[in-house]
Ligand binder design. Structure first.
Ligand code: ADP
Ligand code: MG
Length: 284
């Protein structure tokens, strides 16, 4: 195990139990919100790292051509790397592209490369264009994971639709700022369409409030509005704004390993713990 992962475990020791409950089947959770910069990637990576450090086996599927989740997990994703593009477009099996995290045991990543940007167009003429990720996951042994987390691009195009069709659960990160709720209606309508036609199992299970600035009344107001509107699917834990969170990716690390004692790392661990303890069915 890498030193950083050991340090992260040490920081967590004594604060709470080491291993969280593991689901009885693999939970496939899509992290989506068509707004950019709301914390999709940050949440995917740090929740995945927290779950893995607490004994779960986790796969992060990077479905954003920017490959930010791959970067943050320290995974190489230059153009020649076999990636999720090959899975979606060339029918390459998932096992050919999944790589272990260099840092955290039990954490794996299906990386994204820039050519995924073309997939949005290339998918249009493919058979079962909305279900290609689902099919790839179905023919992969996902039972060897407890969680598959799918990080989406900032749009409601075919990549995000593939993520919604491929998942059982949707986690929506919401940034605590003025325009936070704008566009959510469109996301929920897309979810309803996917449920009606392509994936009846899809459940909006979790909402996570991100980048909370405790100094502003606006953030508190947004949090209150979101809770009033969405009720118990909103996690109790709120992710604060923290410089450490934004620094970690440039070191190819999650904040959980980069600075385990920081407020951002603690909050993401807490959020991941809630997800693990609530279980898949809790919010239905
Ligand atoms: P998305 O994937 O939705 O586009 P990101 O997760 O990439 O959003 O976050 C957008 C930017 O905000 C990134 O630069 C990220 O490092 C930063 N960021 C995310 N969460 C926090 C936080 N809690 N505190 C400070 N910066 C954050
Ligand atoms: Mg992102």
């Amino acid at each position: 195990m890498q030193e950083t992962a050991v340090a992260a475990l040490k920081a967590m020791a004594g604060r709470r139990e080491r291993d969280w409950p593991r689901p009885d089947h693999c939970r496939v959770i899509t992290i989506a919100n068509q707004k950019g910069g709301v914390g999709k990637t940050t949440s995917s990576v740090n929740i995945a790292a927290s779950l893995a450090l607490h004994g779960a086996r986790v796969l992060v599927v990077d479905l954003d051509p920017q490959g930010n989740a791959s970067t943050a997990l320290g995974i190489d994703h230059h153009a020649e790397i076999p990636s999720i593009y090959d899975v979606l477009i060339e029918d390459t099996p998932m096992e050919d592209i999944v790589v272990p995290s260099p840092e955290i045991p039990n954490l794996h990543c299906a990386p994204a490369t820039l050519n995924l940007a073309g997939a949005e167009i290339e998918l249009v003429s493919k058979v079962a264009r909305e279900s290609r990720l689902r099919r790839a996951l179905d023919s992969y042994d996902i039972a060897k994971f407890d969680y598959v987390l799918i990080d989406c691009p900032p749009s409601l195009g075919l990549l995000t639709v593939n993520a919604l069709v491929g998942a059982d659960e949707l986690l929506i990160p919401i940034q605590c700022e003025y325009y936070a709720l704008e566009g959510l209606g469109q996301l929920i309508r897309t979810v309803d369409l996917v449920k009606a036609h392509l994936n009846p199992k899809l459940n909006v299970s979790t909402i996570l409030l991100t980048m909370y600035d405790a100094r502003t009344r606006l953030a508190a107001q947004v949090a209150e509005d979101v809770r009033a509107h969405f009720g118990e699917i909103v996690l109790n834990t709120v992710i604060p704004r923290s410089v450490r969170v934004s620094e970690a990716p440039s070191y190819g690390q999650s904040v959980i390993t980069y600075d385990p004692g920081s407020s951002g790392a603690l909050a993401y661990s807490e959020a991941a713990s809630e997800i693990a303890h609530r279980g898949a069915g809790a919010a239905k």
